[in-house]
Design a protein around this ligand. Sequence first.
Ligand code: AHR
Length: 333
Amino acid sequence: MHSLFVSGRKHALAAFVLIAIIALTGCSNRDVSEQPSESGGLIIGFAQLGSESAWRLGNTQSIIEAAERAGVQLMFENAQQKQENQIRDIRSFIAYRVDVIAFAPIVEDGWDNVLGEARDAGIPVLVTDRMINTQDDTLFAGFIGSDFYEEGVMAGEYLIKKADAIDAESLNIVEISGTVESTPMKQRAQGFADTIKGDARLDIIDSVSGDFIRSKGKECMQKFIDTHDKIDVLYSHNDAMTLGAIEAMEEAGLKPGEDIIIITVDGEQKAIDLLKEGKINCVVECTPLIGDTIMQIAAQLARGEEIPRYTYSEDRVFSEFDDDLDELPERGY
Ligand code: AHR
């Protein structure tokens, strides 16, 4: 059995050459009749979507470290934000005949063909972090990640509490959303909108995608500031874009957290630090630290055991209303 550990672009060429040889000769020295007894010896192919945020880097690190702990041989590829790269990476894992394929889909649509190929090759698939949109339940064995709709609900609940606390009459909200057609973008928007829709004080006056990237978050906020006379609240779908938006506010002479109430999602260390400083008002957690769960469930799958269809992380909310923020342990991402 090959021992191949591929981490990111550095070894991508070597991996590609090896995979090309396997694909061209139609053989690998993997014995498909060999069954992994536990996670040790298991070969998992993980197709990461990119490295757009500290969250994503934390997610990648969690997966790599968990694989090492579990004695799993990890083939890791980074698609650099392109769905076609992710599809190519999944195909390379099929050619190598890994035991389990796991991936974090950049968007929801467009996976049926490649996942059909994995199923036909007898390789089980785990969808992690984001979901896919498919009519065919047999294309993946299980999902591991956060409940993004619930995150949007928690963001909305915080805002209603804040509006009560400051006795607000009306609050104009701008929203910087994530990558278009991705699950966190759709669900975080929906959960938030559903939660505040019955509250006449709260109005989403503008919503633009910042693609989960800091520089784009800054651009979106600059545009909002140029366009709207009264902005009371920023709801941003991730911390990276929030950090960019805060830069834009400060450059425009606005005080983040005071002039504009800021609600962000992820919970990376920088956001928690800004919450403690009063520049962010609410942080909805979305943990990227799901590596151990992925390894554990992948091992069960490879042993032919039944696994839960959905495994959700437990996420919480941190806000200016908490009095124990100083006691929070380091976030790890
Ligand atoms: O899919 C999870 C989201 O993707 C995180 O909120 C964000 O930071 C990342 O880019």
